[in-house]
Design a protein around this ligand. Structure first.
Ligand SMILES: [Zn+2]
Ligand SMILES: [Zn+2]
Length: 389
């Protein structure tokens, strides 16, 4: 089958690789109908995530059609159209039983690679280095899905492929970020980042009861999406003397009730702190740029919540005392999409959540390397490129 392979740092190629097949009796195999780029893939491509090997198939956001079911996968049949959350659960361990699917104890096939860094291995995610499973990713004609009964979700007839695609990752990641904010009716939520996850966090916050959502970014086309597609108020930080001051003014001097950080280690910022971070990261001194995270911690009101869905490795100069002295609760996780799938699908069907606008560029899988180039450089307003194998 054809697949987008990581061949080295900044070297992606579409190659012919071994076909996806049933390995364990509970597996299913999907024919991928749509798969999309993700900001966290850029960390693999740039070489910031170790344990990538030449030839690895990347991609973890996808939906498709079932073409093969293992003997112990009983819920689905060939021909079913399904979406799969990026992090795979087993459905039976303590974590899955507590709806913490992205912390599943059983799906990571190589826990020895994750344990030295994390203490305990997280759930497996395909196409995202050997430290996160080594499973072949979704930028391919076919993909094996372990524990098919737990991880596949029927896409209802009135939900399109393009809508379903984003229920694999961007929407549940944004939904998780908003859920962590414990929103009570009318709360003000500030969201750093207007990429796909940031926009979905903003929409999720409104659907969960926020009265106001304030979105912070610097790209005019993304800020326009936040206003027009989401219903957020916006701050362009590149044109602002002080985001903190603007937020204070917009919230009557108190600050947002919760802040969601949806940027991660790609954070772009301004000023000396940003330059320091950028140099350390470029020299591989193992710290990530954390300007958005620092700003969010300082902006949130006293006693508020800092919800982090951006992806970081190690950051330094994080003002930890801000959390203690302001009584801030910080929450973070990879998304347990299985937990939220029912509610997300209901909102899509009701018409108040339509993530399909996130696709700005559509192309065949054969052009995926070009798609990543556009996505990485944000060329032509690229928010997400979606590939059809
Ligand atoms: Zn992703
Ligand atoms: Zn589990």
């Amino acid at each position: 089958m054809r697949a987008l392979c990581w061949m080295g740092v900044n070297d992606l190629q579409v190659n012919t690789v071994p076909d996806a097949r049933i390995v364990n009796p509970h597996d299913v195999v999907l024919k991928v109908r749509l798969t999309t780029t993700c900001g966290s893939d850029l960390h693999l491509i740039d070489g910031y995530i170790p344990t990538m090997r030449e030839g690895d198939v990347i991609g973890h956001e996808y939906m498709g059609e079932i073409v093969e079911v293992g003997p112990e996968a009983t819920t689905f049949k060939v021909g079913d159209r399904v979406v799969v959350p990026s992090f795979l659960g087993c459905g039976a361990c303590w974590y899955c039983e507590h709806d913490l699917y992205s912390l599943c104890d059983n799906t990571h096939p190589k826990p020895e690679l994750a344990e030295p860094v994390l203490g305990y291995p997280p759930a497996a995610i395909p196409g995202y280095s050997h430290a996160f499973s080594g499973l072949a990713g979704s930028h391919a004609e076919y993909i094996r899905v372990p524990h098919g009964d737990v991880n596949c979700f029927h896409v209802p007839e009135d939900v399109t492929d393009e809508q379903a695609l984003f229920l694999s990752d961007s929407v549940p990641t944004g939904w998780t970020g908003a859920d962590f904010c414990d929103i009570t009716e009318g709360d003000t939520i500030a969201v750093w980042g207007c990429g796909a996850v940031g926009l979905m966090a903003q929409r999720s916050a409104l659907l969960q009861g926020a009265g106001r959502v304030i979105a912070i970014d610097r790209l005019p086309e993304r800020l326009a999406l936040a206003r027009e597609k989401i219903g957020a108020e916006t701050i362009d930080y590149s044109a602002s003397d002080s985001v903190l001051e603007e937020l204070r003014e917009m919230t009557g001097g108190r600050g947002p009730d919760a802040c969601i950080e949806a940027v991660g280690m790609e954070a772009h910022g301004t000023g000396p702190q940003y330059a320091y971070d950028r140099v350390k990261q470029a020299l591989h001194l193992h710290t990530d740029r954390g300007s958005a995270l620092r700003e969010a911690a300082i902006a949130v009101r006293k006693g508020g919540i800092l919800s982090v869905v951006g992806i970081y490795g190690v950051i330094d100069k994080f003002p930890f005392g801000v959390l203690t002295n302001k009584g801030i609760t910080m929450r973070t996780s990879q998304q347990p999409g299985q937990r939220y799938m029912g509610r997300m699908l209901e909102h899509v069907q009701a018409g108040d959540l339509d993530p399909s606008f996130l696709i700005t560029h559509r192309m065949p899988l054969e052009d995926a390397a070009r798609g990543y180039e556009m996505f990485k450089k944000k060329q032509d307003g690229c928010l997400r490129a979606a590939f059809t194998p």
